[in-house]
Design a protein around this ligand. Structure first.
Ligand SMILES: Nc1ncnc2c1ncn2[C@@H]1O[C@H](COP(=O)(O)OP(=O)(O)OP(=O)(O)O)[C@@H](O)[C@H]1O
Ligand SMILES: O=C(O)c1ccc[n+]([C@@H]2O[C@H](COP(=O)([O-])O)[C@@H](O)[C@H]2O)c1
Length: 213
């Protein structure tokens, strides 16, 4: 089997997360995509909703698609800081699925940041040499970023680019719905209704989430 791990804060999950996951699944011929929300005590990013709510919203979003599953590996890690680095996460999934091909899915903006010296130290990827060396990645086009240039500009990335390390996917259609835009809309009294699945939208209203972000 070919399995893609889609890691994100999903704060909240958006229609574009679902659309990109489905595109990747078809183009890279994956058998399933695992949505992997990170824990809210992440060292490099401030989250806006409790783990339980982000988890419930993901479940609502994927419930009708049998090849989409969610995994709470990172959010269930006790004292998560320092443990929920992608290197360890990928080691976990590769040992959970020893006979399968496991890929990490990310957008071009994330690829660009992995080995970027201009990124503040607290946001730099940990153990990136080993992570890149020992895993395979599916990269989705985003923000008009030239993915081949990102790889060729980084010694770390280009030295590991053996033709099968990075599977680049460009659907041709750029859809920009970000979680932060949706949060802002909720906070400012806008109407983000059709930017995420209806059940997720209703859940957020019912639980009064994102009103003060
Ligand atoms: N429109 C998109 N096109 C391609 N990749 C995307 C898109 N939106 C998110 N991703 C990818 O999904 C992963 C998770 O992104 P994340 O949830 O942080 O996105 P976001 O919507 O930009 O969030 P935020 O607005 O909170 O920063 C990252 O690898 C990111 O590159
Ligand atoms: O391992 C790291 O050091 C690391 C640093 C930044 C981000 N990540 C992972 O990259 C994924 C996308 O991150 P983000 O910032 O877009 O939510 C998510 O699964 C994070 O856990 C991982």
């Amino acid at each position: 089997m070919k399995i893609g791990i889609y890691g994100s804060s999903f704060d909240p999950i958006t229609n574009v997360h679902l659309w990109t996951a489905s595109t990747v699944l078809h183009q890279a011929k994956l058998d399933k995509v695992i949505f992997l929300p990170c824990a809210s005590n992440r060292a490099d990013k401030q989250l806006h909703t409790e783990d339980e709510h982000r988890w419930n919203i993901i479940q609502l979003a994927i419930k009708d698609n049998q090849v989409f599953v969610a995994d709470d590996y990172e959010i269930s890690l006790r004292s998560g800081v320092g443990k929920q680095y992608t290197l360890y996460t990928m080691e976990h999934f590769k040992s959970k699925f020893p006979n399968d091909d496991v890929f990490f899915i990310m957008g071009a903006d994330v690829l660009r940041d992995i080995d970027n010296q201009d990124v503040p130290v607290h946001r730099r990827w940990r153990m990136r040499e080993k992570l890149i060396h020992s895993n395979k990645f599916i990269i989705m086009a985003r923000d008009g970023i030239d993915m081949t240039k990102v790889i060729s500009k980084s010694p770390l990335l280009r030295n590991h680019d053996d033709g099968s390390r990075f599977h680049l996917i460009d659907k041709g259609l750029a859809m920009e719905i970000s979680s932060s835009y949706i949060r802002q809309e909720f906070a400012l009294g806008g109407e983000p209704r059709y930017l995420l699945p209806e059940a997720c939208y209703q859940y957020i209203l019912e639980h009064d989430l994102y009103r003060h972000t």
